[in-house]
Design a protein around this ligand. Sequence first.
Ligand SMILES: *Cc1c(COP(=O)(O)O)cnc(C)c1O
Length: 427
Amino acid sequence: MPTLVVEESHTNLKSIFGASGVKGKKVTTLPPEITISHFIQSIIKNKSSQIDSPFSVLDLRVLMDLMTKWTTKLPTVKPYYAVKCNPNLSLIGTLASLGSNFDCASRAEIEAVLSLGVSPDRIIYANPCKSESHIKYAANVGVNITTYDSVGEIDKIKKWHPKCELVLRIKPQEDSGARSCLGLKYGALVEEVPELLKAADVAGLKVIGVSFHIGSGGGNAMAYHGAIALAKNVFETASLLGMPKMKILNIGGGFTSGTKFDVAALNVNDAIKTYFGNDEDLVVIGEPGRYFAETSFTLATKIIGKRVRGELKEYWIDDGIYGTLNNIMFDFAIVSCTPMRFSSKHEKNVRDTKSYASTVFGPTCDSVDTVLKEYELPELEVNDWLVFQNMGAYTLSSGTNFNGFSSSAKNIYLACSTPVPREETNF
Ligand SMILES: *Cc1c(COP(=O)(O)O)cnc(C)c1O
């Protein structure tokens, strides 16, 4: 006889509502039957014409669940959330209260994390090429671990932050098939490793570990194995050179939150066991960005214009390629949306279930600013809405103010959905 379990931890919720970046803000707790989509509808209905559009909803529950999943499937890997993916302070603060550390790549990102009261020893400065002024800043505030992949970087760090410990970023060999291949820009080649290790040693800087990034978004989860094997070779090279034993294996980002995560986790755990199984002092860290951010945000945009050309229906919404939806351009995202009908014009006509291959434009006067083409939608009107799910990764962080349209949905509503009670199963 299965028993009903509600996966609720009140202590957890309390600490999240009290987290920096969340405390003092309104968090709407949603009962199990109320989805984020219902919540968005109620926001639009209640505020009607006054509502600032576009807006986003951050579901704190998603972050809690993803953290539970991470610590269950990758128990030996400490997460350092990659701030560049989405620097929203409520998101960062929630992750901090759930025990995450942080990967920062610039002075401003370090400032944002420190502003939440996070200690600098929970930050890795994971940018292999930093400006001197940012290195000086890191030294001042006590961020004491950074990555490098060139001799030039060693010179700068020796000069401005000689106490800083180094992690050598290597380029994974395999092309993981990721949407954004970071190896095109970063990572030492195998043949460069001995020289880079020696140069740091001669400069009196301590190399404490190795990092890599298999590429972001949709990469092959098997790529971690080969990259961890390469990292092991670097550990051995350092030993052969008579350098102190390395202790940090940084497996970077590249995780997604779907079922691919389970495959990646098995792959990572197996590779750690295979290559580092007898290394008791090893500290493994990861730098997930997309994993936490992507599914936690939902974007709601309003239809502000419509044009009908024969069979073709074209709509303008108030966010686009230069704003939150820049992920279509920079992150090669394939987005999808759900219409929400609010216009009074539908009252006679709501039963019309026909759909049309439609075009959706963003608000700027550039024709590149096209969000969807030949996308099946029912006939919509001005003041209807389009809702985009999974809009948390590389969206709010990388938009512009082009043409006077603000880069991001400034209004972010915080919600905490409730998991539907489920039947306990044996697994
Ligand atoms: C962007 C980046 C990440 C995060 O990558 P995801 O694919 O979003 O997980 C992690 N580490 C470094 C060094 C990065 O540049």
